[in-house]
Design a protein around this ligand. Structure first.
Ligand SMILES: Cc1cc2nc3c(=O)[nH]c(=O)nc-3n(C[C@H](O)[C@H](O)[C@H](O)COP(=O)(O)OP(=O)(O)OC[C@H]3O[C@@H](n4cnc5c(N)ncnc54)[C@H](O)[C@@H]3O)c2cc1C
Length: 359
């Protein structure tokens, strides 16, 4: 193993691997360190890319631009590996949970027929020839959504960068750094780099270098169900989503909890998943698998990228929250430019330095 690199990336989830693809177009050398003892949210995420998110039915900021960048990025990588695209366009059958949501929708979108994300509204799903779905308050079709396969992407990325990767748990208290280099101790090696980049997901919240930053990790539980009579044509969602995965299987995603940082699935989570699925489906289904992970969510729900304001060879790329699949490609490219000294413009609301302003 080499012991000197231009960059060391800690983390091999969607952030670390997107950055690896971006850096691979430059001449720089890099090592990616990751650890099975620090599970990755990316390895379990369901991959929904939804232009109209949440109970307030807001259109996601910059969705059009981010969608174009991310779909092009993932298509290019799929072509490189001669694989099927990781990205599948799907419409969402967005079901209102109550009268209030229905009103919100009509207030927001009835006048605005220009939204490219809003399709027809409906009272009953069977008017669309869809069976097995409960629609007590009706709903609407969300257009231009997609489902991204995190797991296939990561599998191919890990295969592709095998020679650049090492499995090890980095003890952050042993990292040494000075303006010229950073040094990490893993296994029996001492490895140095010009720049160290943390792509470590919610684990950044334990990194004393970034103690200024208000992380707010959110645990999520998710399950896989089999529903033989449910069609695979649409994602079904009332902000909790049932996502077709082929072969009568559906990924059901997800719960939110803010005080539990274990990545084990819980009975409380399972009960909530069952109740959310029953709220949406009238057809038969049964659970096949149940998992949990921690989203790297920030207090202000924005991503975070940039160099540490005091140490200009230590960077972070994270805070991807619930939108890793949509945000990672653009932010990976920005992080690459930053690392290569191209001085890209980083908007204040996603810059690391926003957390240092008041110190
Ligand atoms: C239940 C659930 C459902 C989700 N659904 C969606 C969805 O539908 N759509 C969507 O876009 N997003 C979804 N997300 C969010 C998505 O998972 C995240 O936005 C994204 O995966 C974050 O990626 P990341 O690379 O920043 O972090 P992670 O994927 O968590 O990766 C962190 C990496 O850092 C490594 N690491 C950490 N600490 C150390 C250390 N000390 N030493 C070595 N390695 C270390 C880990 O091993 C891992 O490789 C969901 C998340 C959850 C939990």
């Amino acid at each position: 193993m080499n012991t000197s690199y231009d960059f060391i990336i800690i983390g091999a989830g969607i952030a670390g691997m997107s950055l690896a693809y971006s850096l691979s177009t430059s001449d720089s050398s890099f090592l990616i360190i990751h650890s099975p003892n620090k599970p990755s949210a990316s390895s379990i995420a369901s991959g929904l890319i939804n232009p109209i998110a949440g109970k307030r039915l807001e259109t996601v900021a910059d969705f059009d631009e981010l969608y174009k960048i991310s779909s092009a990025f993932y298509s290019q990588i799929a072509q490189l590996h001669r694989k099927e695209n990781y990205y599948e366009c799907k419409e969402i059958l967005r079901i209102f949970r109550n009268e209030k949501e229905k009103e919100t929708f009509h207030k927001k979108y009835q006048q605005d027929h220009s939204s490219i994300y809003v399709g027809p509204s409906f009272e009953q799903a069977d008017s669309l020839d869809i069976n097995g779905v409960k629609t007590p308050f009706g709903g609407f079709i969300t257009k231009n959504a997609a489902v991204f396969s995190y797991q296939k992407f990561l599998q191919d990325a890990h295969d592709n960068f095998k020679a650049n990767m090492v499995e090890a748990l980095v003890d952050y208290s042993t990292i040494q750094h000075n303006p010229e280099s950073c040094t990490i101790h893993i296994h029996e090696y001492t490895i140095s780099c010009k720049h160290l980049v943390f792509c470590d997901g919610w684990h950044s919240s334990y990194n004393s270098l970034f103690s200024n930053i208000a992380f707010e990790p959110a645990k999520g539980e998710i399950c896989l169900i089999k529903a033989p009579d449910l069609q695979q044509d649409y994602v079904i969602s009332n902000s909790f989503a049932i996502i077709p995965k082929g072969n009568q299987l559906f990924s059901c995603s997800a719960t939110f909890a803010w005080n539990d940082y274990s990545d084990s699935p819980t009975e409380i989570g399972k009960t909530e998943l069952i109740s959310r699925i029953d709220e949406l489906l009238s057809c038969n289904w049964h659970m096949i698998d149940h998992k949990a992970g921690i989203r790297p969510t920030m207090f202000d729900r924005k991503a975070i990228i940039g160099f540490h304001p005091e140490f200009n060879n230590i960077a972070v790329f994270g805070g991807l929250g619930t939108k890793g699949a949509l945000w990672a490609p653009k932010l990976a490219d920005l992080t690459k430019s930053l690392l290569l000294g191209e001085k890209p413009y980083i908007p204040h609301d996603i810059s690391v330095s926003r957390w240092w302003l008041n110190t």
